[in-house]
Design a protein. Structure first.
Length: 306
């Protein structure tokens, strides 16, 4: 089992390497993180001709359409179920989210042994962001803006609210919404944000608007604020956490995806360099991860860090 985990972890790195070499220096239209616009016809052909692909698409459409219908019945009520801490909010402004903690004997711990009650805010955010990814994917496949509207509206609420929180100053394992477990935060939440943006960016670029629960109407999407959010999640990997373990591998998707979310090519390449070549005191670059992989025990054969 641990050997399988070792191989799976390193496959992540290989796939990310292929993505970065393909996309880092190109100026192309979004989406391009997981799939490109040019590849859309190939995906649709598989859905049309392959039973397994058609089954996946049918199930995705069914569950996503349910969310879209629920959203359109009352967008404000739908989005207000996000874990907003209204008691900390100011009038006519988005409130912060509730944060996720795990406490043992009065001491803040990482979330490995968090209770169901302690995980409820994390799981609720995760659920909404996955809906947004599903909507983004359906927009990519169908070009129907009803999906992009829902996905980008969820992303808008997240962008506005997450910025109300202060990033932890504990670089050992601090986070943003998970103040004592940034390592988990980038794997549960951080990597999803750039994917939602990548899938819905063409809708936003065309002037597509999103729903604002404070103003109770459609508004423009602040892409510059979204860029700041993605920078922060990249920073949690680059300048937070530990090295010499499988942590660097497991955090790499969030680093690479948030780097690729940058619209400025130079900034994109700078952030990607922390995956490809530039190690920090908190994140191993690819060449160091490869050396650790050869040692095997660092990735879980001697001790299991996941």
């Amino acid at each position: 089992m641990k050997l399988k985990c070792l191989k799976s972890n390193f496959r992540i790195v290989v796939l990310l390497l292929l993505i970065t070499f393909k996309m880092s220096s190109q100026v192309i239209e979004r989406p391009f993180i997981l799939v490109t616009s040019e590849e859309r016809s190939q995906v649709l052909e598989k859905i049309e001709t392959q039973d397994w692909a058609k089954d996946i698409y049918t199930k995705l459409k069914l569950k996503t359409d349910y969310q879209v219908v629920s959203f359109n019945k009352n967008p404000k009520a739908y989005l207000e179920k996000l874990p907003f801490n209204w008691s900390k909010g100011q009038k006519n402004s988005f409130p912060p989210f509730y944060k996720t903690y795990h406490i043992e004997n009065g001491v803040q711990k990482n979330l490995d042994n968090a209770t169901d009650t302690e995980k409820k805010y994390m799981e609720l955010l995760d659920k909404y962001l996955q809906v947004a990814i599903d909507c983004g994917l359906m927009y990519y496949l169908t070009q129907d803006e009803k999906y992009a509207y829902v996905g980008s509206s969820i992303l808008y609420s997240f962008t506005k609210s997450v910025q109300k929180s202060k990033l932890s100053d504990w670089h050992g394992r601090g986070g943003w919404l998970f103040p004592y477990d940034g390592f988990r935060e980038v794997r549960v939440i951080g990597y999803k944000i750039p994917l939602i943006y990548d899938f819905t960016a063409s809708y936003l670029k065309k002037g597509g608007r999103v729903f604002n629960i404070i103003k109770n109407k459609r508004v423009d999407f602040p892409v510059n604020e979204l860029q700041d959010v993605c920078r922060t999640y990249a920073d949690i990997t680059i300048n937070y956490g530990q090295i010499g373990s499988n942590h660097s591998v497991l955090e790499s998707p969030s680093l690479v995806y948030n780097a690729l979310a940058m619209d400025d090519q130079n900034e994109r390449e700078t952030l990607l360099s922390y995956f490809l070549t530039n190690s920090t005191g908190n994140q191993d670059a690819l060449n160091v991860m490869a050396k650790n992989y050869k040692k095997k025990e660092i990735f879980g054969l001697r001790h299991h860090n996941i």
